[in-house]
Design a binder for this molecule. Structure first.
Ligand SMILES: [Zn+2]
Length: 96
């Protein structure tokens, strides 16, 4: 399962329905259980104990990563096109 921790907070969260679930900048830890010295959020603990904890969906990370990878590939392709066009322009300029 996945644990999220706010960058300026030492408490780890495992339930996305936790009111303190980090939304913007956070660290991610993937483990079966939270390692011992790390502190789990009290609210997340309560949600887990009552069976109301909604865990971070693992598959969503994969599809998110692949879509951002696709964007990176497209950007590279555009950049390569721009460079090719610039080379063509400078060649035309040289002959004049
Ligand atoms: Zn929490």
């Amino acid at each position: 399962m996945e644990f999220h921790r706010n960058l300026n907070d030492n408490t780890w969260h495992c339930c996305i329905n936790c009111s303190r679930w980090p939304a913007n900048s956070y660290n991610i830890l993937r483990a079966e259980k939270l390692p011992d010295p790390l502190k789990l959020c009290d609210l997340c603990k309560t949600l887990q104990d009552s069976g109301q904890c909604v865990r971070f969906p693992d598959r969503a990370i994969g599809s998110k990563a692949s879509s951002s990878l696709r964007i990176a590939v497209i950007t590279t392709a555009i950049l390569a096109g721009v460079i090719a066009a610039a080379v063509l322009l400078s060649k035309n300029f040289d002959t004049r």
